[in-house]
Design a protein. Structure first.
Lengths: 282, 109
């Protein structure tokens, strides 16, 4: 029991700043505080620190301005992409025949479909990572709340909203793997995991260097532009349909927004005045 | 004006001098007041006092006694000393003409 409590103390302490974590854990060891008491005390300090952090605007901005709406958009995209991936996988994996490779037309179709699915999944991963990065940079040590909120949004979007499948592919979605497991897998692997990874990176670094940021921005802009057709197509089958051109632009704008923020943060860091060194005798 | 716990923390830090850090301050306060105080109370109050310019803190060296972890050392500043002295004088003034000797029977002027 005591070992479990100390492990919990260690995990909870991770929510404190590094120096404070070290000092607090050292004090508890030196004073030979019992495991249960240490847990209560560290929990109390963490709650005080979190409360102080939530008195600022940045965690709220990260939560309500980015994490919740963009996770909703990413979850919606994951739903669309899972639909497309399922139909193509059913066509080329479940009904595989070596004849596909013998026919030039079918070979071209296979290559095009594989490229489209790979592009969609890469785009989903990239949007999720950049969103996570900016959320982490803004939220800092409150990012675990944002991660929990993202997981909740994904779960609600997945469980509470009925999936309107494409009518012509009922056979595909009779299979549990395509109707349930694949959409769940995509949300976990291509939305939640990169969101969390990005948030950790964002909290640690705040901003990337100018060159990596430029690269990220170019990749995001290219993937978003290439995926325009997918958005338009997928919008026909999603529970939320893109009605007009401005809605599509808004959707794309929201997806590239984090990369834009990263670019601005990198430029600001690059141009920020550096501390000057005073020379003795001057 | 200082808070009660802020004063206790300043007094303990001043008394401990070069040996003032989280754990030693806590032991000192617990010894003086006879009641327990938490690590959260110590560290959040230290932050507040540091923000007011009443103490300076820095990370000290790691010791084996603490499992190789560093200490958060504390030093009372001149401003902190003045604030503690003001608080102490205010308490003495406020206590003039009041005897707390007979605590069971209530206040006897």
């Amino acid at each position: 029991m005591s070992r479990i409590c100390w492990r919990l103390v260690d995990r909870l302490s991770l929510l404190l700043a590094r120096d404070e974590r070290d000092a607090v854990r050292g004090d508890l060891v030196e004073l030979r505080v019992s495991a249960g008491r240490a847990l209560v005390e560290v929990l109390g300090l963490v709650m005080r620190r979190q409360a102080a952090l939530w008195m600022q605007a940045r965690p709220w901005l990260a939560l309500l301005g980015l994490a919740v709406p963009l996770t909703m958009a990413l979850s919606l995209l994951a739903r669309w992409y899972a639909e497309g991936a399922a139909i193509h996988a059913f066509m080329f994996v479940d009904n595989w025949t070596w004849g596909v490779l013998e026919s030039p037309g079918a070979r071209r179709d296979l290559a095009r479909v594989s490229a489209t699915v790979a592009l969609d999944l890469l785009a989903l991963f990239s949007w999720s990572w950049t969103t996570g990065f900016v959320v982490g940079a803004l939220a800092g040590r409150t990012r675990w709340v944002h991660a929990a909120a993202c997981a909740l949004v994904l779960a609600v979007e997945f469980l509470a909203v009925e999936q309107p499948h494409h009518a012509g592919h009922a056979e595909v979605f009779e299979l549990t793997f395509y109707s349930t497991a694949l959409p769940l897998l995509l949300r976990a692997a291509l939305v939640l995991a990169p969101l969390w990874w990005g948030a950790r990176q964002g909290a640690r670094r705040g901003a990337l260097g100018p060159l990596p940021t430029m690269l990220v921005a170019i990749v995001i802009a290219t993937l978003t532009a290439l995926d325009t057709r997918t958005f338009m197509f997928a919008g026909m089958f999603g529970w939320w349909r893109l009605q007009a051109g401005w809605q599509l632009l808004l959707f794309q704008g929201a997806l590239v927004l984090p990369a834009g923020y990263m670019l601005v943060a990198a430029v600001r860091r690059q141009w920020a005045p550096r501390p000057t060194q005073t020379q003795p005798g001057w | 004006m200082l808070g009660e716990f802020e004063y206790l923390l300043l007094a303990a830090s001043a008394r401990l001098g070069d040996e003032a850090y989280g754990a030693s301050i806590r032991q000192d306060i617990e010894g003086a007041t006879g009641s327990a105080c938490s690590v959260g109370a110590i560290y959040t109050t230290l932050d507040r006092l540091e923000a007011k310019g009443f103490v300076q803190t820095w990370m000290g060296e790691a010791t084996a006694q603490r499992g190789g972890r560093t200490k958060r050392m504390v030093r009372v500043t001149a401003r902190g000393t003045r604030a503690a002295a003001d608080f102490h004088r205010a308490v003495l003034r406020a206590s003039q003409g009041v005897s707390w000797a007979d605590a069971k029977g209530g206040v006897r002027p």
